[in-house]
Design a protein around this ligand. Structure first.
Ligand code: HEM
Length: 405
């Protein structure tokens, strides 16, 4: 295939609005015909699009592919993502090893499975309270606001030690950072607001620590002179942002997906913890809400899937289409909660694999299982065609989700 400037396909490709859970048809075609090929991105630059399962894992594991946003070849998803990654210092999303590992270690203890599993009773309580409140509301209820956003938002606030009363403030600012259309002024303003807010909080926690991540980092890193309050704030801004839209959109989209598959929903609703856990892995594979791929730049010439990628060229490791690769998943476009989908790439792969994944599992498993058990007649309050899917954000999702029962 020729890769001249005018002929390159634009990435991301549009989805078929009639099939909101299917990957864009053109992306599927590229995976089958030219699995490693060039595309053009929002700022006019070219980047390599890698679409097969094995090739995506290869790129994400290989240290010759860097996440450094200061490298001129690194392909940002939007102006906002570029600015966020460049401005925050330090930022584990944007650092290669060995520095990345060193910083990740400072936060990983808080997200270990054993640590996060201890949050199950609290998450269950929050889910039950949110459902109790929903049941009292006039119908239709917006599931996005009343439930899907609320649970991850309260949990990440409590984990970090941020008052939930401030959630409107940081939701507004983190929303701007994940929208692809935000202006650079809006992005700069929101970055400054979030960083300042967290820095002030860390400084307070140095003096009067409580039981949370910010206090632990204030005591272990700032007091010990290993990091400044600003550095801790910059590390934690990403947790605040990453901990919201991804999980809430997964809950909303999974609700629609399960309702569209009544046989799967019945199994899920009546299943034990193992069935629910397995079902959630399939949901994560099938939805793959971070739908703009993992962004890297080649530091050396590397061959990927028989194609030479030159040093300095940008790479998009498209995990969302790799999760629909038949070499990794039989009948990949079928939603099947009985399949073993644990090897999906929805949380990425390799050194930058999602730090928050144990938390996501706990939240999504409890949220969906409880929602469908406690409201067995749950249904969309509008026809499917009227649901407004959010194609333009860094995370795929909905603008709102009107539900009734
Ligand atoms: C459904 C929910 C989520 C999904 C699908 C998801 C997906 C991902 C993916 C694909 C990556 C890899 C990025 C890359 O390779 O460039 C990632 C990284 C990361 N995620 Fe998540 N995420 C979710 C929720 C969360 C939550 C709730 C948190 C924290 C509270 C979180 C924190 C992080 C962090 C800190 C990283 C960077 C890890 C590193 O660079 O070492 N994520 N996530």
């Amino acid at each position: 295939m020729s890769n001249t400037a005018t002929e390159l396909p634009y990435f991301p490709m549009p989805r078929d609005s009639k099939c909101p859970f299917s990957p864009p048809p053109e992306l599927k075609r590229i995976q089958q015909e030219t699995p490693v090929s060039k595309v053009r991105i929002w700022d006019g630059r070219e980047a390599w699009l890698v679409t097969r399962y094995d090739d995506v894992r290869f790129v994400l594991r290989d240290q010759r592919f860097s996440v450094n946003p200061h490298h001129p070849g690194w392909p940002p998803m939007s102006a906002g993502q570029g600015a966020t990654r460049r401005d925050l210092k330090p930022n584990i999303f944007a650092l290669d090893n060995p520095v990345h590992n060193e910083l990740r270690r400072m936060q990983s203890a808080d997200f270990r499975i054993a640590q996060i599993e201890g949050w199950r009773p609290r998450v269950q309580q929050l889910v039950d309270e949110a459902i109790d409140a929903m049941l009292e509301m006039p119908k239709p209820v917006d599931l996005w606001e009343a439930f899907a956003l609320k649970i991850p938002s309260i949990v990440i606030c409590e984990l970090l030690g941020v008052a939930y009363e401030d959630s409107e403030f940081f939701q507004h600012h983190s929303d701007r950072l994940v929208k692809t259309g935000s202006t650079s002024e809006e992005i700069g303003e929101s970055m400054d607001a979030l960083r300042g807010f967290l820095r002030d909080l860390v400084e307070k926690k140095v003096v009067t620590p409580t039981e949370d991540i910010l206090s632990r980092m204030a005591t272990q890193q700032v007091k010990e002179g290993l990091l400044t309050a600003s550095e801790v704030a910059d590390l934690c801004v990403m947790l605040l942002i990453a901990g919201h839209d991804t999980t809430s959109n997964t809950i909303c989209l999974a609700t629609i997906l399960l309702l569209q598959h009544p046989d799967q929903l019945e199994k899920f609703r009546n299943g034990d913890d193992e069935v629910v856990a397995k079902g959630v892995e399939e949901i994560l594979r099938f939805l793959d809400v971070p739908h703009l791929g993992r962004r890297r730049v080649a530091l050396e010439d590397v061959e990927v899937g028989g194609q030479l990628i030159r040093a300095g060229e940008g790479v998009i490791a498209a995990q969302m289409i790799a999760d629909r690769d038949e070499t990794a998943f039989e009948d990949p476009d079928k939603f099947d909660i009985d399949r073993d989908a644990r090897h999906h790439l929805g949380f990425g792969f390799g050194t930058h694999q999602c730090l928050g994944q144990p938390l996501v599992r706990v939240e999504v498993q409890i949220a969906l299982a409880t929602l469908f058990r406690r409201i067995p007649t749950l249904q969309l309050a509008v026809p499917m065609e009227e649901i407004r899917f959010d194609y333009d954000a860094l995370v795929y999702g909905v603008h709102e989700l009107p539900m009734t029962w």
